[in-house]
Design a protein around this ligand. Structure first.
Ligand code: SAM
Length: 339
């Protein structure tokens, strides 16, 4: 199958890196070719495509390419046999969404819908379609069937403001998912968040089938993270303690027992660092979890300033993606590997 992935327009670099990470981790064949800025094309993507859809945070949808050509006139010349659209849709309800670029006309749009509709012997339904066909322009014209819509209802339910225990310190699930994917943790793997706060990382990790361990210095955060996990029917170990004492807090995690550490340490006013600098706190946390992390395990950490990367002792920064939150805060999503 030729698969086209539509990535997030707001965080393109990170979205693309996320897709490539998952493709590599799941050992799905093929390398991505960029189509414009928002699409990645995989020529031979049969295996694992649904697993990919279930994991991604920063992509919108995965589509099967049914046809692609240079423009509307080309598409209108195709017939039902060459497009094979009737078989794709079957007899279930379908919906055709056409999005053409500037310079196109409403007539072209309705010509496409009419032309494709004539090839199909099924009812159309915008409300409950079994098959969604999308026609859009991006370096030519594409006709695709939507295989998987990403970030639908369950992801919306888990958004920061929809959790029973809420604090504005938490990062939205789509970014957390991307962090876990950039950490390349498989289903069944185990992760630690030594600064777990309200449990944003634990919630996404558990919902992706990982074993999750979280530590926070504040009782209220520990209780809140537990409440949040239970609210979504998810499991995770959450304990009060200092980020630097993982071995004491979780004695059952043996050496090399963690696949990754994914975390957003405290910085700025919204979090507690006591009298310690962020840099010293990170250094302490890293020396605490390092023996527990598999040699190939990654650390994915949000840093407000890339200069703090030197505090992640023993690890090299391999990738970073900035996200401007407001005038005085940029979150840099940083990926580290052991030196
Ligand atoms: C930026 S917040 C983490 C937010 C979290 N990702 C979430 O989803 O809510 C940082 C957290 O680190 C905790 N913290 C501060 N100092 C700590 C320490 N020494 N050890 C463990 N946790 C600490 C704070 O209480 C705060 O909840």
């Amino acid at each position: 199958m030729r698969a086209l992935i539509e990535i997030s327009g707001e965080q393109k670099g990170m979205a693309r890196a996320e897709v490539e990470s998952v493709i590599e981790m799941l050992d799905l064949s093929g390398t991505a070719t960029g189509i414009g800025e928002r699409y990645l094309l995989f020529e031979d993507a049969d295996r694992g495509i649904s697993e990919l859809g279930g994991r991604l945070g920063l992509s919108h949808r995965i589509m099967e390419v049914l046809w692609n050509g240079s423009g509307v006139d080309d598409l209108l010349k195709e017939d039902g046999r060459s497009l094979d659209i009737a078989r794709t849709i079957g007899d279930g309800p379908f919906y055709i969404r056409v999005k053409l670029g500037d310079g196109s006309t409403a007539v072209q749009r309705s010509d496409i819908i009419e032309h494709l509709g004539e090839m199909v012997d099924a009812p159309d339904s915008a409300e409950r379609p079994a098959t969604v066909i999308r026609v859009f322009e991006e370096d030519g014209l594409w006709l695709c069937r939507v295989v998987s819509e990403i970030g639908r209802k369950d992801a919306r339910d888990r958004r920061v403001g929809n959790r029973p225990f809420f604090a504005p310190i938490s990062i939205e699930p789509k970014y957390v998912r991307a962090m876990l994917n950039l950490a390349r943790v498989r289903e069944g793997g185990s992760i630690l968040d030594p600064f777990c706060g309200t449990g944003g990382v634990l919630i996404e990790g558990a919902s992706m089938g990982m074993s999750t361990y979280g530590i926070d210095i504040l009782d209220q955060m520990v209780e809140g993270a537990r409440t949040n996990l239970a609210h979504f029917g998810l499991e995770g170990e959450v304990a009060r303690g200092d980020a630097g004492s993982v071995r004491e807090v979780f004695p059952t995690i043996g050496e090399g027992g963690l696949d990754a550490v994914v975390t957003d340490p405290p910085y700025g006013r919204a979090t507690t660092v006591g009298g310690e600098t962020t840099s010293d706190l990170i250094e302490r946390a890293v020396s605490g979890f390092s023996p527990l992390l598999k040699p190939e395990g990654r650390v994915v950490m949000v840093l407000p300033d890339l200069a703090l990367a030197h505090s992640v002792n023993g690890y090299k920064l391999v990738e970073s993606h900035p996200l401007r939150v407001h005038r005085s805060l940029t979150r840099n999503f940083c990926i580290f590997e052991r030196r």
